[in-house]
Design a protein around this ligand. Structure first.
Ligand SMILES: Nc1ncnc2c1ncn2[C@@H]1O[C@H](COP(=O)(O)OP(=O)(O)OP(=O)(O)O)[C@@H](O)[C@H]1O
Length: 450
């Protein structure tokens, strides 16, 4: 089975664009029902080099979505078929890749939260999942299943938590080589330390999830681009995981215990450093030698370490409890932990260098653009390496791929999709071509595996 399905979605021509200026295109199936896309010469021929006059992809696309097909049709074709996988506890990923204004956000998140026909894919998926979970809840009242929602934007090494006031969190690789997204450690009113993981909102109804998502998206950073005035300059990630009340409690308890460990761990480090510093002196010629008047208090260091180990084992206990909750629930209902992830990538014009001349960029925006380039290139390489089933996947090339690693790895036996959003407008010819060529590359890598 192909790892990544590749879809192209043509957005409608904006009102005001003349029909004569749209890109001519056609498609053709091969025996495996894979599609080849042909693009005619650019209507603005003069601006384009001759080798770009027309183009044909390989039979590398799984499908093409036409401009008149609305979001509900897209959902039924792309996402609905994998919902049973999510309900079997698997992880499925959807990426939208394309140039500014090509329809990534329209597809993944949607701009209409009231009209079900136009729900973005994530909202439509949430609606279907909650219907299925309600059925499970009604048939077995021992458990209460819902959806854990995380919504964040990625920019450089930071994740901005849209469900927590756009709080800045940091992407770090732990000593266990897992990637964690955590905010600054905070001090609560009662003086307790709190480790802040990225917010997960437990949603038990569709209405609740819809409100949380809508509120969160108000914090999304958008700027005016040459194409439209709601352009996103970050990658937005929407994760939905099937959870139970018990799982939520067990995870809260991990956070609680990690918070308790922070001051104890810091004390142990401070004691060690203090003792080491007291045990050394500097001579007049700058050399460091043992302090003859002080004996390092090893007992004090050991006592602090023992305390730290005690708190570490409390964290470990809480982690084991979470694993038990997970395993015991999965024996009865395999849906627990099922995950669906939607990634609305930043505009691909940065990658192709197609930022229009009208888009004046500040030095900070230029730097952001470079980071977007790095991220898009890295995700491109990861998707390609996965499609080719390479043994080494370059996850560590960017913060985006580091964060997505767990989802990519969890989705090994499930289906993921990349949706290439393209515009038929002639003035976006080069951008459209660039996006389709990328899709072709991924699709051909898939074909290699079939
Ligand atoms: N398939 C479509 N059908 C109807 N309207 C669309 C479609 N695709 C895009 N649009 C409209 O075009 C505009 C730009 O789309 P959108 O914001 O989704 O682009 P984008 O690719 O996310 O851009 P950016 O990278 O700048 O954020 C929006 O008003 C959106 O509603």
């Amino acid at each position: 089975m192909a790892q990544f399905k590749v879809w192209a979605r043509w957005r409608p021509v904006r009102s005001g664009e003349s029909e004569g200026e749209i890109i001519r295109r056609s498609g053709q199936d091969d025996r495996n029902q894979q599609l080849q896309i042909s693009i005619g010469a650019c209507p603005h021929d003069k601006a384009i080099s001759s080798r770009e006059r027309s183009w044909k992809s390989g039979f590398s696309f799984d499908g093409v979505i036409e401009p008149n097909e609305r979001n509900n049709i897209v959902y039924n074709r792309l996402v609905a078929p994998i919902i049973p996988d999510v309900l079997r506890g698997r992880c499925c990923n959807f990426f939208a890749y394309g140039h500014s204004g090509s329809g990534k956000t329209h597809t993944m998140i949607g701009y209409d939260f009231e009209n079900g026909t136009e729900f973005g894919l994530c909202l439509a998926a949430a609606r279907q999942l909650i219907i299925c979970l309600d059925e499970i809840n009604a048939s077995d009242t021992t458990y209460k299943f819902g959806i854990g929602l995380q919504v964040y934007e990625l920019r450089k090494n930071s994740a901005f938590d849209l469900l927590n006031n756009r709080n800045e969190c940091f992407v770090r690789e732990g000593s266990d080589r897992r990637v964690y997204i955590r905010g600054e450690t905070g001090i609560l009113e009662d003086g307790k330390v709190r480790v802040r993981p990225i917010e997960t909102k437990a949603c038990w109804s569709f209405k609740q999830l819809q409100n949380e998502l809508q509120e969160g998206l108000k914090h999304r950073k958008t700027v005016t681009s040459t194409i439209h005035n709601q352009s996103s300059r970050t990658h937005a990630v929407i994760e939905m995981e099937i959870i139970t009340t018990e799982l939520v409690y067990s995870r809260d308890s991990i956070v609680e215990r990690q918070s308790e460990l922070v001051p104890v761990g810091k004390y142990a480090t401070d004691v060690y450093i203090e003792e080491q510093l007291r045990g050394i002196i500097q001579t007049d010629d700058g050399k460091h030698i043992p302090n003859p008047d002080y004996t390092v208090n090893q007992q004090r260091i050991d006592a602090a370490e023992v305390k730290k180990a005690e708190f570490e084992s409390r964290v470990q206990e809480a982690e084991e409890r979470e694993a038990n909750v997970f395993a015991s629930t999965a024996c009865v209902h395999q849906c627990i932990g099922g995950r669906i992830v939607f990634v609305d990538l930043a505009g691909a014009e940065f990658l192709s260098g197609l930022v229009g001349p009208a888009l004046k960029q500040s030095p900070q925006e230029k730097q952001e653009g470079r980071q977007i380039n790095t991220d898009l290139l890295a995700s491109k390489e990861v998707i390609r390496a996965k499609s080719l089933a390479k043994s080494r996947i370059p996850y560590r090339s960017s913060p985006l791929t580091m964060v997505l690693r767990q989802h990519f790895e969890a989705s090994n036996d499930a289906q993921s999709s990349i949706i290439l959003t393209v515009s038929p407008e002639a003035h976006q010819y080069a951008a459209t071509m660039n996006t389709l060529k990328y899709g072709d590359l991924v699709g051909l890598a898939n074909k290699h595996r079939r």
